[in-house]
Design a protein around this ligand. Structure first.
Ligand SMILES: Nc1ncnc2c1ncn2[C@@H]1O[C@H](COP(=O)(O)OP(=O)(O)O)[C@@H](O)[C@H]1O
Ligand SMILES: [Mg+2]
Length: 232
């Protein structure tokens, strides 16, 4: 594997949602992301940020164009391979945390490893380590309703990391959080990048988040309006 090759390569990516009046959510975007980069996708509401993220994380299928991940043309994956590929190589963090309320923090974190069928003693140990890294080492047995929003999002971050993903995607991960909790989450992303070389793609509408990232890809009306260097 060529470690200098881009981890994501997107060429002329377009997505049209069908309907009486079709929505051209992405109208041909081309860019690359380097291994270990922390990239923000910014733009007004409706500019196509979430749509772009969904094509990159293989939740959706583009209308045209290509997405390569670590050299693999993702269009060549069958649906079942796509699901396995996502579980094995991609991590996700949602605005609403999306934790399972019946499971405690530790169980939420190891669930994607259990789904992959890896060794249970190993993933339980790894889940505890990750909760420690996100500062929740004392909260392993807490249930989501016993945790603050910021703590729940940190559990979701640990869960996104359990299968050692090539890329972590986050869609407005701090939108529901107070300023202090948002800063903890963003500092955590920075730590994952600097200490573990984690590639992170984060959608945000917070202009101030620019200071945390390597680059900002700015979308407008389904097109890249500009790519800027961040403040990191
Ligand atoms: N599932 C869908 N079906 C139809 N239109 C959609 C769907 N998802 C998003 N859109 C439309 O596509 C455009 C881009 O949406 P989205 O990617 O969610 O923007 P953003 O995340 O930047 O707010 C918007 O006009 C939105 O209404
Ligand atoms: Mg969105």
């Amino acid at each position: 594997m060529d470690k200098t090759a881009p981890i994501i390569g997107v060429v002329d990516l377009a997505k049209t949602y069908p309907g009486d009046i079709p929505t051209l959510a992405l109208r041909g975007v081309t860019f690359e992301v380097a291994r270990g980069e922390f990239v923000a996708i910014m733009g007004r509401s409706g500019s196509g940020k979430s749509t772009l993220l969904h094509q990159l994380n293989l939740i959706d299928t583009p209308t045209s164009g290509t997405v390569h991940i670590d050299g693999l043309d993702t269009a060549t994956l069958s649906d079942s391979h796509k699901t396995l590929f996502r579980l094995d190589h991609l991590g996700f963090i949602f605005q609403e945390y999306a934790l399972i309320v019946e499971l405690n923090a530790l169980e939420n974190v190891f669930l994607p490893a259990m789904a992959l069928g890896t060794d249970s003693a190993q993933y339980k140990k790894r889940a505890a380590e990750l909760l420690n890294i996100v500062g929740l080492g004392e909260r392993l047995e807490h249930y989501p309703n016993e945790l603050s929003g910021g703590e729940q999002q940190r559990v979701a971050i640990a869960r996104a990391l359990i299968n050692s993903p090539k890329i972590v995607f986050a869609d407005e991960p701090t939108a529901n959080l107070d300023t202090a909790s948002a800063k903890i989450v963003l500092d955590l992303f920075t730590k994952l990048k600097t200490e573990f070389g984690q590639t992170i793609i984060m959608v945000t509408h917070e202009p101030d988040d620019k200071q945390y990232v390597d680059r900002v890809i700015r979308l407008s009306d389904g097109l890249i309006e500009g790519i800027e260097t961040g403040g990191n």
